[in-house]
Design a protein around this ligand. Structure first.
Ligand code: G3I
Length: 387
C-alpha cells in the first residue's frame, strides 16, 4: 500500500470515529456514575431506616445542597426544632404550624418516614406553660390540661402522616442514681406525667408509634430508669413502641460494650431500639462548661477549638473507625435496631459547634461543611456492604 493511499480517508473512518466517541462518552458517564457515592438508604439492612434531623432552613427548602444529600441518602426525617413546643405553640391558644407543615411535606415528598420530635420536654418550652394562675405554682389539673390540649392539637394535626413521636424527652436525671429529672412537668403533675403524655398521644393518633427518648442510656443506671418507665407504661396498658438512645457520643466513648448493652437491654424490654440523634464529637468536652461564666467559656473555646479549618487525616481516620464500629454493632443487632438517625445532614448544621460553648468548629457527621462525604461516610458504606 502506498503512503498516499494509507492517508486517504475512507467512508468507514468517520463512522469508526463516531463509534469511538460515543463509546468513550458512555464510559465517561458510567465512570461519573460510579464515582457518585452509594446511597446509604439502599445499603441499610431490611427493616432499619436511616434518617437525618432537618433544620428549619432545610425543611423550608432553602438549602439545595442538603436537600440533594437528604433525597439520595436518607429515608427517615426528624424535625430538629420545628415541632418543639416553643416553635409550634409559642403562646396560649396560638399555634404556628407553618414550618412544621413544610417539614412534613418536605419529607413526604421524598417518601421518607416522618418522625415527630418532641412533645413533652423540660427544655424549649415557653415559660407560660409552667406558670400558675396569679403567680401561684402551676397546679396538676392546669398542667395536665395544657399538656392534653397541646398533644391533642399537634399530634392530631399530623394524624396518619407522622409515623412516630418522641413523646417524652430527657425525663431522667444526669446523676449516677438514675432518678427522675426534677422538671417543671414533674413538679406540677407528679411522676405520672410521663404516662399521661403517652395516653394523650395515643388518643390523638392511635396508629402512631410512641417513643421515650433520652441521652446517655449507655450509662447503666440511666438505662435502668428508662426501662422502668417502659415497663411501667406496659404494666398500665399504655402504648409504648420504642426507646431512643440519642447517641450523642464522643470519639472515645461510650464503650462499644455499653452501646451493645443498651441495644440488647432495650430490646429485651420488648420495644424497638432507635438511635435517634447520632453524632460523634471530636472536640474536648467539659461538663463544667455548661453553667460557666463567659470568661471561662471563652478560655475553653480558645483552648479546644482544635480543628477550625478541617480535620487532620489522623482524626478523620479515627472518626471513620468509630463510625464503622458503631454501625457494625447496629448491623449485628439488625433484628433490634429499627432506625438510625444522624443529628444533622452536614457538619455545617451541627449543634455541636455551639455546645458546650458557642463558636467552635466541630466535625461530628458523615458529610463535611461543603456537603462532601467524609472518610467516616466511606467507612459506614464499607461496613454496610459487608453485611
Ligand atoms: O430560630 C432561632 C433564630 O431565629 C435566632 O436568630 C437564633 C439566635 O440564637 O436562634 C434560633 O433558635 C435556635 C435553634 O436551635 C435553631 O437554630 C435556638 O436558639 C437554639 O437553642 C436551638 O438549639 C437546638 C437545641 O436542641 C435546643 O432546642 C439545636 O438546634 C438542636 O440541635 C438541639 O437538639 C437537641 C434535641 O432536641 C434533644 N436532644 C439533644 C439535642 C442537642 O441539644
Amino acid at each position: 500500500m502506498q503512503p498516499s493511499e494509507r492517508a486517504k480517508p475512507t467512508p468507514v473512518q468517520p463512522a469508526l470515529a463516531t463509534v469511538f466517541l460515543v463509546a468513550s462518552s458512555l464510559a465517561f458517564v458510567a465512570g461519573a456514575r460510579a464515582a457518585e457515592p452509594p446511597a446509604l438508604k439502599e445499603l441499610m439492612p431490611k427493616g432499619m431506616t436511616i434518617g437525618a434531623a432537618l433544620s428549619q432552613r432545610q425543611s423550608d427548602g432553602k438549602d439545595g445542597a442538603a436537600a440533594k444529600i437528604v433525597t439520595r441518602h436518607f429515608n427517615s426525617a426528624t424535625a430538629e426544632n420545628v415541632l418543639k413546643w416553643e416553635k409550634v405553640h409559642p403562646e396560649p391558644g396560638r399555634y404556628d404550624f407553618g414550618p412544621a407543615d413544610r417539614y412534613v411535606a418536605f419529607a413526604e415528598k421524598r417518601g421518607m418516614e416522618v418522625i415527630g420530635h418532641t412533645l413533652v420536654w423540660h427544655s424549649q418550652t415557653p415559660a407560660w406553660v409552667f406558670a400558675g394562675k396569679d403567680g401561684a405554682p402551676l397546679d396538676r389539673e392546669t398542667a395536665l390540661e395544657r399538656m392534653r390540649e397541646h398533644i391533642g392539637t399537634v399530634v392530631g394535626r399530623y394524624k396518619g402522616r407522622i409515623k412516630g413521636w418522641d413523646v417524652v424527652n430527657e425525663a431522667i436525671d444526669d446523676g449516677a442514681e438514675g432518678t427522675m429529672r426534677k422538671s417543671k412537668w414533674r413538679e406540677a403533675i407528679g411522676d405520672d406525667y410521663i404516662a399521661k403524655a403517652f395516653e394523650y398521644a395515643h388518643q390523638a393518633d392511635p396508629a402512631a408509634e410512641l417513643y421515650y427518648n433520652d441521652y446517655n442510656l449507655t450509662s447503666a443506671p440511666k438505662r435502668a430508669a428508662a426501662l422502668r418507665i417502659v415497663n411501667g407504661l406496659k404494666r398500665w396498658g399504655i402504648r409504648v413502641d420504642g426507646v431512643g438512645e440519642q447517641g450523642h457520643w464522643l470519639i472515645d466513648g461510650p464503650s462499644l460494650g455499653d452501646i451493645e448493652a443498651t441495644i440488647t437491654d432495650v430490646a429485651a424490654a420488648g420495644v424497638k431500639v432507635l438511635i435517634t440523634e447520632l453524632d460523634i464529637d471530636v472536640l474536648p468536652r467539659d461538663p463544667g462548661m455548661y453553667g460557666a461564666d463567659l470568661e471561662k467559656k471563652a478560655k475553653f473555646r480558645a483552648e479546644t477549638n482544635l480543628y477550625p479549618d478541617a480535620l487532620p487525616k489522623e482524626k478523620q481516620d479515627q472518626l471513620a473507625r468509630r463510625y464503622a464500629d458503631v454501625f457494625g454493632l447496629f448491623l449485628k443487632h439488625r433484628d433490634k435496631v429499627a432506625r438510625v438517625t444522624l443529628w444533622g445532614v452536614t457538619d455545617a448544621q451541627s449543634w455541636l459547634s455551639n455546645f458546650p460553648v458557642p463558636g467552635r468548629v466541630n466535625h461530628p457527621l458523615l458529610f463535611d461543611r461543603q456537603g462532601k462525604p467524609k472518610p467516616a461516610f466511606d467507612a459506614v458504606v464499607e461496613t454496610l456492604k459487608k453485611k
